[in-house]
Design a protein around this ligand. Sequence first.
Ligand code: ZN
Length: 243
Amino acid sequence: MGKLLAVLGDIHANLDALETVLADCREQGVTDYLCTGDVVGYNARPHECLEIVRSLGCPIVMGNHDHYVSSLQNLDDFNPHAAAVIEWTREQLSQEEMTFLSELPFVSTRMGITLVHATMDDPESFGYVFDHLQAEAHFTHQVTPLCFHGHTHCPMIYEKQIGAVYRIDAQDFRLPVGRKYFVNVGSVGQPRDGDPRAAYVLYDPMARTIRFRRVEYDVAAAQAKVREAGLPERLAERLAVGQ
Ligand code: ZN
């Protein structure tokens, strides 16, 4: 049987979303996992999510929240809500987990596929890619035909042909030979494209097909955990609207 890869990212400590996505992966026949980073931040189960993602034994790249939490970066320049969640998350993780996060690579290439959290155009700065110009800056650094990323929490496809870069709405497709693709897998734990369902991507390397999956999960349960942890109410509310 051939391989089927699941690409998960921006899980953001949302255990309810992660468990539902992994159940869907098993149903779909996934054989391998890849993670585009931001396992922690925003939601209330960072330790559990990190434990589960590590148990998958998959490549994981450094997300900006993974970095903020584990680098002990000074939070004076952060808005108070963001700083509160980062500080709370630090208290939930063991020293070993903090060290694990702090040592994640910014870029990983495995099986001819590159992973980066935001963009390969200075990956440590976590710039946002929302349009074809920002994607063009990324493509100058992308060596493999396929690269997966996240960070904006909005699924999207960027295609590089000779002389031009195009932005294509997320849709199932087959990778033609001779072009490069930069695929945003969306967010498992905090979608922001107006669809509250958890997002991830399936890639079949033999058939060269990409599928964008959306799965409904128990949003109310995730919200209850955020409220119970005393995290900002806005973080619970946004889960219901996918923003
Ligand atoms: Zn994120």
